[in-house]
Design a protein around this ligand. Structure first.
Ligand code: AMP
Length: 187
């Protein structure tokens, strides 16, 4: 069973590549960002608590996302594509423990490599149509800062485990998917 972490900065194309990968390998797509946005849209207690944090581009607390991930793994039977999780080393460690609790493990972490100026260009472009309240220039800067400070070390975490696959995230969508699939097939 494949359990893949799709990794990359905001704007690296995780959402787009997730759709293609879940279809190809019949995986469950677990996006913590989508789950959190749903809480806000549904105006739940949790949604009300996290809205201002998400609007600022900062990460929400680990406990919140870990609980969501625990439930997602518990109910999954087909393999998971993790999108937007883990976002820091503590979450990566917790994910390993959770997977072990269910007798599973992470197969690999695929990271999409995109230079910063291209990330900003893509996010500003997406802002015109996404309707996402965190797609504006100030928040984008904070999201990239959070990524560099907290999320980037997650790549080394998987590198040490020999599970890190780096893919060039610039170019045609189908070429990028082909590189990801080729790397997964080699495992
Ligand atoms: P995303 O859709 O993955 O870009 O996530 C949007 C926002 O949701 C982030 O800027 C964070 O505020 C929050 N978020 C998503 N995933 C996580 C996570 N694993 N840990 C903490 N915050 C998260």
């Amino acid at each position: 069973m494949l359990n893949i972490v799709l990794f990359g900065a905001p704007g690296a194309g995780k959402g787009t590549q997730s759709d293609l990968l879940v279809a190809k390998y019949n995986l469950n797509h677990i996006s913590t960002g989508d789950l959190l946005r749903k809480e806000i849209a549904d105006q739940t207690e949790l949604g009300k608590r996290i809205k201002s944090i998400m609007d600022s581009g900062s990460l929400v607390s680990d406990d919140i996302v870990v609980e969501m991930i625990d439930k997602a793994i518990a109910s999954d039977t087909q393999g998971i594509l993790f999108d937007g999780f883990p976002r820091n080393v503590a979450q990566a460690e917790t994910l390993d423990k959770l997977m072990a609790k269910y007798g599973r493990s992470i197969t690999c972490m695929v990271s999409l490599d995109v230079p910063n100026d291209e990330l900003i260009r893509r996010m500003l472009e997406r802002a015109k149509i996404s309707g996402r309240s965190d797609d504006n220039e100030e928040t984008i800067k904070n999201r990239l800062k959070e990524y560099e400070n907290k999320t980037l070390p997650v790549a080394s975490y998987y590198e040490k485990q020999g599970k890190h696959i780096k893919v060039n995230g610039v170019g045609k969508v189908e070429d990028i998917s082909a590189s990801i699939i080729a790397a997964i097939e080699k495992l």
